[in-house]
Design a protein around this ligand. Structure first.
Ligand SMILES: Cc1cc2nc3c(=O)[nH]c(=O)nc-3n(C[C@H](O)[C@H](O)[C@H](O)COP(=O)(O)OP(=O)(O)OC[C@H]3O[C@@H](n4cnc5c(N)ncnc54)[C@H](O)[C@@H]3O)c2cc1C
Length: 315
């Protein structure tokens, strides 16, 4: 591994600005939890992203790429290494081929607004899901029984050796329920292509509004510090998924708190930060919930939220 001073100098030379140090991760996560990252870089362009990731890979320096931080629980001790935030945003639509390309750091809300403004259909169910296109592809984000993997036509990826692969078809990404190959390979989504369906502006807009209204009924106020569903919906013996929230509510989830962490009164699968929660509080509460569901139903819940440990053991 190269000396950190060399890596910092190299990054500054190549991208023209220094790494930030001691950045509080709580400001980069919707949970509003997390200690300082040793180093932090917000990549605004693909060139910056490629350069900084490549330098970290070549130096064998620990790094982790994030998008909007809506599905991440950072550690109370922060992160020993470099956090790279993908802020490379941009959308390009080719009317002849109907190809819509989004850079990985584009907010999903930009993508859905773009489709709404132009009457491009098929993506309506994504309206209201926070985060970036890259984060959504990573976790195959979705709602109402559909997910982003169904909409992709191809992607551009950067692998963990820094090699870029263009024209990667969705079949290669091994999409599953809230899952993709990226969870195992740590490839980075540089861009994603979609082929929307021609539609009427008003029809696309009213379909998105209907989804947004349904979301507003289920989800708490937008300023609540949480990461959406904490656990995935488990698969039953009949091959169907059961709502984790239903199981959790039957084991008294809604009454539970640990330190500053609590379960939202309106939904058993939403764990939130009441203001002063630590990552340890959130994880302890999640462990209690998991144990109760296991004891009562024999079902092993799996976290949808990703915990990023401070020390290299995990990542
Ligand atoms: C209020 C609320 C509602 C939510 N509703 C839903 C919902 O309906 N459906 C749903 O599926 N999720 C939902 N979520 C969870 C969250 O919005 C999604 O998981 C989203 O896709 C996270 O995107 P992000 O950019 O914030 O990713 P982050 O949280 O920043 O990162 C999550 C993971 O993605 C990886 N990642 C990020 N960018 C890239 C990239 N470019 N290439 C490769 N990997 C990358 C990171 O390394 C990390 O492992 C909700 C969350 C909140 C707070």
């Amino acid at each position: 591994m190269r000396l950190m001073s060399d890596i910092r100098r190299l990054i500054e030379e190549k991208v023209g600005r220094p790494l930030e140090t001691g950045v509080d991760l709580k400001n980069l996560s919707n949970f509003k939890i997390g200690g300082p990252a040793d180093y932090y870089f917000a990549a605004a362009t693909l060139d910056e992203l490629r350069t900084v990731v490549s330098i970290a890979i070549n130096a064998r320096f620990r790094y982790y790429t994030i998008g909007g931080g809506f599905n991440l629980l950072f550690d109370d001790a922060g992160f020993r290494g470099l956090i790279i935030r993908n802020m490379c945003r941009g959308l390009d639509f080719e009317p002849d081929s109907f190809r819509l390309t989004a850079l990985g750091g584009t907010p999903l809300s930009d993508l859905t607004s773009f489709c709404r403004d132009r009457g491009l259909g098929g993506m309506e169910f994504l309206a209201g899901i926070p985060g970036t296109v890259g984060g959504a592809v990573f976790g195959n984000a979705g709602a109402f029984g559909r997910s982003i993997g169904e909409l992709l036509t191809e992607t551009v990826l950067m692998n963990s050796s820094g090699v870029e692969r263009r024209g990667v078809p969705p079949g290669d990404l091994e999409f599953g329920y809230r899952d993709s190959r990226l969870k195992r390979t740590r490839e980075i989504v540089l861009s994603a292509d979609f082929r929307p369906i021609p539609g009427e502006k008003s029809a696309v807009a009213s379909c998105m509004d209907a989804y947004l209204a349904l979301r507003a009924e289920r989800h708490p106020a937008r300023d609540m510090a949480y990461a959406g569903s904490y656990f995935k919906n488990p698969l039953g013996p009949d091959g169907k998924r059961t709502a984790a929230g239903k199981l959790l509510e039957q084991v008294g989830a809604k009454q539970l708190t640990v330190g500053g962490a609590a379960v939202y009164h309106g939904h058993g699968n939403f764990i939130f930060n009441r203001g002063d929660a630590t990552a340890a509080d959130i994880r302890q509460l999640a462990a209690i919930l998991k144990a109760r569901v296991k004891d009562r139903f024999g079902v092993g819940l799996e976290e949808e939220v990703i915990f990023l440990p401070a020390e290299p053991a995990g990542v």
